[in-house]
Design a protein around this ligand. Structure first.
Ligand code: AQP
Length: 330
């Protein structure tokens, strides 16, 4: 039997090159070898208030981008989280088996709730819903960017805890899959924080749907340093190191080779070449997106994906309910 892969992306805005290099690129590679289940995690998106129309648009945008980067609905199950009720149902069961202490240590919760006096309960419990997403599909492998390492660890802890209490075969204990390069792309205007869909400044990121002018503006304005040498040193030179990382993953050239190629050249020349590399990589994705986004095919793929996902989810819920002694209907 093929191992199963599960992952997802929040429809909180346009997918950026961080999401792409950290997660989506892996999704595409894995679908040839594994049974893959990829979700658009809209229940996660409402942990902070969202306009309903925007959310609906972003769900379809992310779905079209999944296909545009190369996900194939014949190979992968592609669907929207809230279309499969098992996610919320299992999240409750897991919430009863996780602790406020471990959730309050999650750095993403600390970051996202900073400055607000009272954070939504859903934002606090978000990692438990993520654990439910993964465990619902008996996933063996979870490809994610390394900002999700802590959440994967929590998922494993909860799965092991439940297995110890309710039977070893209640859940498959999953492994995270993190890339070495591209695992963490930093914001272009502040390379000390990760690139993010919901960051205020549009120049902090490059979205997969950005046109050439916007890509050029973001890269040419990207923060660097006054030292002027093109050298990878994430601690002392985070700006140029982040750009070297992006250049390397998109071009397939090792960072050491890029450093050698650009010895004696300035940041301006390096950035100009990087613009070309990124525009070249993103143009076909944008074109494919335009073809699919408003086609009837897109909704059909999501409905079919939800039906296929629901079959797996129902089977897991039957097992979980039986191990926990819940319900009377089989
Ligand atoms: N900067 C990043 N570098 C590498 N990988 C990243 N990921 C996110 N940011 C980076 C990975 O992308 C996948 C989908 O992320 P998500 O949408 O589920 O949530 P997120 O991690 O919270 O992403 P954003 O872009 O920062 O969204 P907002 O602003 O809404 O919070 C995950 O695998 C993630 O690791």
């Amino acid at each position: 039997m093929k191992k199963r892969v599960f992952s997802g992306v929040q429809p909180t805005g346009n997918i950026h090159i961080g999401n792409y290099l950290g997660a989506l690129k892996q999704f595409v590679e894995l679908q040839n070898e594994y049974e893959c289940v990829y979700c658009i995690v809209d229940l996660h998106a409402i942990t902070l208030p969202k306009d309903a129309e925007d959310l609906h648009k972003h769900i379809l945008d992310v779905a079209a981008l999944y296909l545009a980067v190369g996900l194939d609905p014949k190979k992968s199950v592609i669907f929207v989280q809230s279309d499969v009720p098992g996610h919320a149902e299992l999240a409750w069961v897991l919430m009863c088996n996780s602790y406020t202490g471990e959730l309050s240590r999650m750095t993403q919760f600390k970051d996202k709730s900073r400055g607000s006096e009272s954070a939504p309960t859903g934002l606090f419990a978000y990692p438990v819903l993520m654990a439910a997403d993964i465990l619902l599909y008996d996933a063996d492998i979870v490809p994610v960017g390394n900002d999700q390492k802590q959440h994967i660890e929590l998922t494993r802890d909860i799965a092991i805890r439940v297995n110890n209490k309710y039977g070893e075969n209640t859940f498959v204990v999953p492994d995270g899959r993190f890339l070495k390069e591209g695992a963490r792309i930093m914001a272009l205007d502040n390379p000390l924080v990760k690139m993010s869909k919901s960051a205020e400044s549009d120049l902090s990121r490059i979205s997969l749907l950005d046109d050439e002018a916007k890509i050029k503006k973001s890269i040419m304005k990207a923060e660097t340093d006054s030292d002027g040498t093109i050298r990878y040193d994430m601690e002392k030179k985070p700006g140029i190191s982040n750009l070297l990382n992006i250049y390397s993953v998109f071009s397939g050239t090792a960072i050491a080779d890029l450093e050698a190629e650009y010895t004696g050249k300035g940041y301006g020349a390096f950035k100009k070449d990087l613009v070309e590399i990124v525009v070249g990589a993103l143009s076909p994705i944008r074109e494919r997106f335009e073809e699919i986004r408003y086609s009837k095919e897109l909704e059909d793929i999501l409905k079919d994906g939800a039906a296929r996902a629901d079959v797996i989810a129902k089977e897991t819920m039957r097992r979980v309910k039986s191990h926990f002694g819940l319900g009377i209907c089989k």
